[in-house]
Design a protein around this ligand. Sequence first.
Ligand SMILES: Cc1cc2nc3c(=O)[nH]c(=O)nc-3n(C[C@H](O)[C@H](O)[C@H](O)COP(=O)(O)OP(=O)(O)OC[C@H]3O[C@@H](n4cnc5c(N)ncnc54)[C@H](O)[C@@H]3O)c2cc1C
Length: 302
Amino acid sequence: MNEFMTKLQNIVAEPRLLLDEPMAKHTTFRIGGPADYLVLPASSEEVAAVQAAAREYAVPVIALGNGSNLLVRDGGIRGLVIKIGETMGYMRKSDTTVIAGAGASLGDISRFAACSGLKGMEFAVGIPGSIGGAVFMNAGAYEGEIGNIVSAVTAVCPGNDLKRFTHAEIEFGYRHSAFQSNGCIVCEVEISLSEGDSGSIENRMGDYTSRRNAKQPIEMPSAGSTFKRPPGHFAGTLIEQAGLKGFRVGGAQVSEKHAGFIVNAGGATAKDVMALITEVQRKVYDKFRIKLQPEVRVIGED
Ligand SMILES: Cc1cc2nc3c(=O)[nH]c(=O)nc-3n(C[C@H](O)[C@H](O)[C@H](O)COP(=O)(O)OP(=O)(O)OC[C@H]3O[C@@H](n4cnc5c(N)ncnc54)[C@H](O)[C@@H]3O)c2cc1C
């Protein structure tokens, strides 16, 4: 056993430390080769300690939430994956603010807010990510955006400081936040909501859920919308108009239900998905002269 491994074992006990862990088990695409090391920290102190160990041994680090916006390549990840999941999934309420561990799921937080009579989080109920991943991506749906309700974030930053970011310091933009370039790992999120009636909040959540179920291929593995929305257009409409609905490369397919999604129709590899992304970009560009930019983040090696 190597020294780095021993060091990790002293920070996170065995069931929360995995070796050669298939990333297909940790992504909603159900695709991805093995990560050398994967840890499931239970506190920001553990995140800081694990990150310090990785720095000491020059092991590259990547943070993971629920893996719902990720394509991990078939060769997997050389280095350490820090999965901020259920082990950091706590939630509490203080007046009209919800304070959540970065691993709490958007669905759970939305339901917790509804039960607490707090409105503003309904739009996020069907987004299958963690609040940490949602801050990183500035996830949004149905005219709502995480950046509109997050008032502050606590993160472990390179150098190991636990830093509190104000709303302005997070620099939210369309599917953008400062966390995409500052190397910090989101550990806790403060969400500012307002008082509302639980019944109406639940009705709105029910409405969003049925709209999502009717339109999106949620019964198949995917990473959600494959491409960002090009200004003035919808990626799914352009892809459909380019005649690509149902188009396949290996096990990867442009969804028959919603052309904005690439789905794993069975046994897809990351190589299949990448080839399909390139083909979709090429055909849409040929027809409309619009270059689609992936929203899905691609990591790992071939
Ligand atoms: C069926 C389906 C529907 C979807 N619908 C929507 C939608 O309506 N709107 C929308 O915006 N998205 C949608 N998505 C995409 C996805 O759910 C969101 O982007 C979500 O916010 C990603 O969260 P995650 O925890 O899964 O992040 P991951 O996929 O695990 O990670 C995404 C990125 O965030 C980084 N990251 C994750 N956690 C942390 C952390 N704690 N600290 C620092 N960096 C971190 C990762 O390194 C990675 O680069 C959908 C996906 C699916 C599969």
